[in-house]
Ligand binder design. Structure first.
Ligand code: M6R
Length: 609
């Protein structure tokens, strides 16, 4: 996740680029930079850290314009250093990039053998050298870019300018978002609409495998096959409410789409990216206390409880601490056993849920250390706990919780690794590797969101069914529960989540040709076992809606409908597979015409018992 902008026109490019980057800073803020035409060549200014650092570096500088590109970075390949900051350059080429180049190592080796010198650790730098290399085969810039793109594997959005050309701004999209803004005698490019909305409301959303070549007066678009693609700008007509909802019809959909960003912000807060280790410096629980913890109890309600069920696997596997997840409403009326060697983790988006608060108070009375995980700083649960940590989901307005869930799981994943380091149940190398994998999560979630159209079509076929089942095992079992909860709360369809292996102990009696069963399957230690459970349902005529890894032909073959998921590290699959659960519930509810953001009988914050 990074943000890119570009401008060609009569305004001062530095102002337009900085303004755009401010609105894109949510996409990353490890470093920022601009490349702007100045007196016959392009000048690059970069700074490590937030955009304010770039503003400082640009203070007093004047550029003759009329063209420039800008970037705000969220580091994936290479640390947050000046060398790794964008724009990158090779020969006359300057580029900014959002995305991940999967085959960058082999391309880099090839380019080095041809004499190219690399200055950064980024995957991006291969793109700029590749275009530079292709320029040797002819000076047609668009054609050189097109040939270079054909060699890249992965997802990317690019802005490109050349040292000796102040008349052309190039934008390329393949798998990462990018729009062209069309103004009077000016053009803009940006990762997201709000970045340019102050200047124009006419927008061409680029499609995958498209290259836009913009001058001040016009913008032509060609595809990677070198065909011209005629495109007419769309007018963005956002009223105040839509601006508030980011152009989405419902807060829930907006919040679903915010997940790559808010997960990134949450991860950023709790990891030290230079050392690739968890970072809970402000945690008000002494390391010695965590070291002595013998048991963990996670208390929560609803969706937060399901986040706890995912985290249970993390705490037991990483930190080797026996962990139980308790419904707060049940916990407080049992006779729980807890003492000073018990860590109670109270998970609550709102920080106000009455039952969770009751469990917190009870835990403290018993002498346990109570850690709150909330999304709201001023709320009661963090205040009454021994210590608190926070997700960075931002305000969640839709009653159906979405981004709170995925940020809770992300935080608990890092916390489990933190405790594993303290307890020495994992080596520093293993923890770093897990953290490294986690940094790709925002991107994986972004890929998952691309299944939206497919899921919408699925919803249109199935919204009239009377009941649904959701099944999964291990890490995907809580995701099945969450999928069922999402569907019932906003579409009012009866839905049940079940551990796939339990179906034969009763619920399979319900299976017939009228029952859609959402089957969550991922490669991993028990793939064959889950597939047997799915086959048992198929044998009884159940309608299999398979959600599995893109290449899973076995699942695809027995599925009536199949949603392909990006390949993800096993421990992160709950986060990636939650996205289709949220989208399916959302689009079914849209078809049913329910009040999605405020479903009947529910409230966002449940402050009564
Ligand atoms: O604010 P909390 O996380 O404590 O809320 C817990 C539940 O009330 C909440 O997750 C509820 O289940 C949601 N409506 C689910 O979408």
């Amino acid at each position: 996740m990074c943000g890119i902008v570009g401008y060609i026109g009569p305004r001062e490019p530095e102002g337009v680029l900085l303004e755009g980057l401010k609105r894109l800073e949510y996409r990353g803020y490890d470093s920022a930079g601009v490349a702007i035409f100045n007196k016959g060549k392009v000048e690059i200014v970069r700074a490590v850290g937030k955009l304010t650092q770039l503003e400082k570096a640009l203070k007093g500088k004047r550029f003759s314009g009329p063209i420039g590109i800008g970037h705000t970075r969220w580091a994936t390949h290479g640390k947050s250093t000046l060398e790794n900051a964008h724009p990158h350059t090779a020969g006359k080429v300057k580029i900014v990039h959002n995305g991940i180049i999967e085959n960058y190592i082999e391309l880099k080796d090839d380019l080095i053998s041809k004499g190219h010198k690399f200055l950064s650790e980024t995957d991006t730098e291969v793109i700029v050298h590749l275009i530079d290399e292709e320029l040797k085969r002819g000076d047609n810039r668009g054609e050189a870019i097109r040939r270079a793109m054909l060699r890249l594997k992965g997802a990317y959005a690019l802005g490109v300018i050349f040292d000796d050309d102040e008349k052309h701004l190039y934008a390329i999209r393949n798998g990462a978002p990018l729009i062209v803004g069309v103004g009077e005698h000016e053009h803009f490019i940006a990762s997201d609409i709000p970045a340019i909305l102050n200047y124009t409301n006419k927008v061409i959303p680029l499609r995958d495998e498209e290259i836009a070549i913009c001058t001040q007066e016009e913008c032509s678009i060609m595809d990677f096959k070198n065909g011209n693609v005629p495109r007419t700008p769309q007018k963005i007509e956002w009223d105040a409410e839509m601006v508030e909802k980011g152009g989405y019809p419902h807060y829930m959909l907006k919040e679903i789409h915010e997940q790559p960003r808010v997960i990134m912000e949450t991860i950023d807060k709790y990891i030290d990216k230079d050392r690739m280790v968890p970072s809970f410096d402000d945690l008000k629980i002494p390391v010695s206390t965590l070291k002595d913890i013998e048991r963990i109890e996670i208390v929560a309600c609803g969706t937060s409880y399901y986040a706890g069920l995912v985290a249970e696997y993390y705490f037991e596997e990483f930190a080797r601490i026996p962990t139980e997840v308790q419904l707060a409403s049940e916990y407080r009326y049992r006779h729980p056993v807890a003492n000073k060697r018990t860590l109670i983790i109270a998970v609550s988006q709102s920080g106000e849920t009455a039952d969770t608060l009751g469990a917190v108070r009870m835990g403290r009375e018993l002498g346990a250390t109570v850690l709150a995980l909330s999304n709201v700083r001023e709320s009661t649960i963090p205040r009454e706990s021994s210590a608190a940590i926070y997700t960075e989901a931002g305000l969640e307005i839709g009653v159906a919780s979405t981004k709170a869930f995925t940020t809770q799981i992300s935080t608990l994943f890092i916390l489990a690794l933190h405790i594993a380091l303290i307890k020495k149940t994992m080596t520093k190398e293993a923890v770093s590797e897990a953290i490294h994998e986690l940094t790709a999560l925002p991107w994986l979630v972004e890929q998952s969101l691309k299944r939206e159209t497919l899921i919408k079509q699925l919803a249109e076929k199935f919204y009239n069914y009377r009941a649904f089942f959701y099944i999964g095992r291990q890490l995907l079992y809580p995701v099945a529960l969450e999928g069922a909860l999402k569907l019932k709360e906003i579409s009012y369809i009866s839905a049940e989540g079940y551990a796939a292996g339990e179906m034969k102990h009763g619920p399979i009696a319900l299976v017939d040709q009228e029952l859609p069963v959402v089957c969550l399957v991922t490669p991993g230690p028990i793939y064959d076992k889950v597939m047997s459970n799915v086959e048992e349902i198929q044998a009884r005529d159940g309608i299999i809606l398979g959600i599995g890894e893109a290449g899973d032909s076995r699942l695809k073959k027995i599925s009536r409908e199949f949603i392909p998921m990006p390949k993800a590290p096993y421990h992160l699959t709950p986060l990636v597979y939650t996205i289709p659960m949220q989208l399916l519930a959302y689009f079914i509810a849209v078809k049913k015409g329910t009040d999605i953001d405020q479903p009947k009988n529910l409230a966002k914050s449940v402050t009564v018992e």
